[in-house]
Design a binder for this molecule. Sequence first.
Ligand SMILES: C[S@@+](CC[C@H](N)C(=O)[O-])C[C@H]1O[C@@H](n2cnc3c(N)ncnc32)[C@H](O)[C@@H]1O
Length: 345
Amino acid sequence: MEATTIHTAVREHYGELARTSNSCCATGSSTLYDENLIQAVPTEVSGFSLGCGDPITLAKLKPGETVLDLGSGGGLDCFLAARQVGATGRAIGVDMTPDMLAKARSNAERLKVANVEFREGYLEALPVEDQSVDVVISNCVINLSPDKVQVFREVFRVLKPDGRVAVSDIVTNGVLPEAVQKSMEAWGACVAGALDQRDYVRGLQAAGFVNVQVQPKGQTDRALASLPIGVPFSATITATKPNGTLAVDPLVIPLEVEPAQATAGKFDQLLGQVDALDTFDNGYDLRVKGDVATIRALVDELSAAASCCSPLSFNVVESADGVHVRITNNAASQPTTTATTGCCN
Ligand SMILES: C[S@@+](CC[C@H](N)C(=O)[O-])C[C@H]1O[C@@H](n2cnc3c(N)ncnc32)[C@H](O)[C@@H]1O
């Protein structure tokens, strides 16, 4: 389906909701947020939540941080974030629907929140400077984008090194029925565009993120997540942008350790501890933070999980400047090695 068709349908849907103040994806904020978090917000504002979770608690915001909310709607998450980051921090909401922006701005005036601003724009082309944001939050919006790969790239671009992602969203475990995927009503209701949870992880990794985690939100969501068919459920999504020293081509490593999910998780853990990186002919030399025994144990687990299917081999080397993990891509020098083992079939 054309991206503009989806943007137009979604904008009309949420424009109408902003004008009539109904709710789509959620039953209201009272079921999403802890009482203590929203009690200071007047119910006319806190009652207008179209989210599916609580990215504020997930984000663990600190005073002075700059927070960006993707698809800020009536602004509730921005107001909660603005309060937590305090006068030295700020919250920026981006939304493509003019009626939502008008509602959020009038709420900001009513609440007299000074450290918040709402900008008109698309998730796929964020009106935000490179490396200017500490935390990206979002509540039930990324599923509505027709181009999630571009959204993940944009989130990576605007985050500072070490910046983090704390998102609530709808995902699936398996492919949704085609009729649902094509239904404009189902797009507006945060269902049709829901990504498979594995694609969410891969998409964020491919954009360059590490420590990527997608977790079902609650007990019901855990039950739905265990069904191997396309049923939407609410999830929390977290990820970190590595700091500047980790210049790995993000597509190269994480995808090579597939298909073992367990391996990919351990790989994320390893990448999260890297503080310097060099390349050699067919591999990477990672200098890793932490003690050598723990790093060896992690690498042993990684090697065991990856040994059958992966073309990668791992070596731990202690040297004067710290512990290094050398990752060699054997497929790069012997392209047929893994194909002839047959173990992955
Ligand atoms: C389900 S509502 C969630 C609103 C808000 N996050 C909340 O929790 O109440 C989705 C919001 O995202 C906006 N939106 C959807 N797709 C977008 C896109 N591609 N770019 C910018 N905004 C988008 C809509 O206009 C709408 O305000």
